[in-house]
Ligand binder design. Structure first.
Ligand code: ATP
Length: 266
């Protein structure tokens, strides 16, 4: 999808929050949006998610299958957590038992199953946030937008959300997020958007790497996705530099050959 010369202001006399912003997003890409308080990150994410129209410019090829966790979840709806998820699941095209099963699975996964039949306004902030996250993961999407979705979640729910994002990326979704933790999803982040004074500066995030030392055969290793360099050290010792995001796959490749022995991963 593409944002073309986007401008946004709230009201005809309001200051321009975003000015002439053009950005491109590709499938499977994880983008982190950064900037100070009030710089316009949430405004940008709402436009990317299709939740808010820009004042100027156009959004091209906005995926129909998309989900969004807003910074502030509308927790005052007079529904139980379960009913809310069922309702949204049907809107997303899930049918019959699938919607019930998926809602139950997500509430369980994020540790909110025991609150499934409580009304949303009665839920604690963290549990409400778990429901907000669960609604975004109800069905497969091509675009996932997360505005501080980790805030308020307990440690295990935060880890589950990290895993869920990695799964979405694996399936080819584009994910755009804002989070306070500078290390959040660092190994997967492909680009950063710096939002400042109405503009957005894009930079590629350098992919972190791992060095795998093993003893065995390096045949075919250069062709494995994520492998950046293969160096021989002595007769059978090999050092492989891989993008961290691919290191598990490279290790699996190496261990398929019983003669290979992994010495270290750093
Ligand atoms: N609905 C609105 N009506 C009027 N002004 C708004 C509205 N939403 C945001 N703004 C203004 O737009 C500017 C950018 O706000 P936005 O919430 O996008 O920033 P942010 O970078 O996400 O901030 P924070 O880090 O504090 O969440 C701010 O000056 C804010 O007051």
């Amino acid at each position: 999808m593409r944002l073309d010369a986007i401008g946004k202001r709230y009201g005809p006399r309001g200051p321009w929050v975003l000015r002439d912003v053009s950005l491109e997003l590709t499938p499977g890409q994880l983008v982190r949006a950064e900037g100070g308080n009030g710089s316009g990150k949430s405004t940008l994410l709402r436009i990317v998610a299709g939740a808010q129209a820009p004042t100027r410019g156009r959004v091209h090829r906005l995926p129909a299958r998309r989900a969004y966790v807003p910074e502030r979840f509308p927790g005052e709806l007079p529904l139980t957590a379960r009913d809310y998820l069922h309702h949204l699941g049907r809107i997303r095209g899930l049918r019959g038992r699938a919607v019930h099963a998926r809602a139950a699975e997500l509430l369980e996964r994020f540790g909110a199953a025991e609150h499934a039949d409580r009304a949303l306004p009665e839920l604690s902030k963290g549990t409400c946030q778990k429901v907000a996250v669960a609604q975004a993961l109800l069905s497969a999407v091509d675009l996932l937008v997360l505005d501080e979705a980790w805030t308020g979640l307990d440690r295990s729910a935060r880890a589950e959300l990290d895993t869920a994002v990695a799964e979405c990326l694996d399936e080819g979704a584009t994910v755009v997020f804002v989070d306070h933790d500078p290390d959040r999803l660092g190994r997967f982040t492909a680009a950063r958007w710096r939002v400042e004074r109405g503009g957005v500066r894009e930079s590629a995030a350098a992919a972190p790497t791992r060095r795998i030392v093993f003893h065995g055969s390096a045949d075919g290793l250069v062709a494995v996705p994520g492998v950046l360099a293969v160096e021989s050290r002595g007769p059978r010792a090999v050092v492989v530099t891989v993008e961290s995001a691919h290191s598990d796959a490279v290790l699996r490749h190496l261990l398929r050959d019983p003669d290979n022995q992994v010495e270290s991963v750093r």
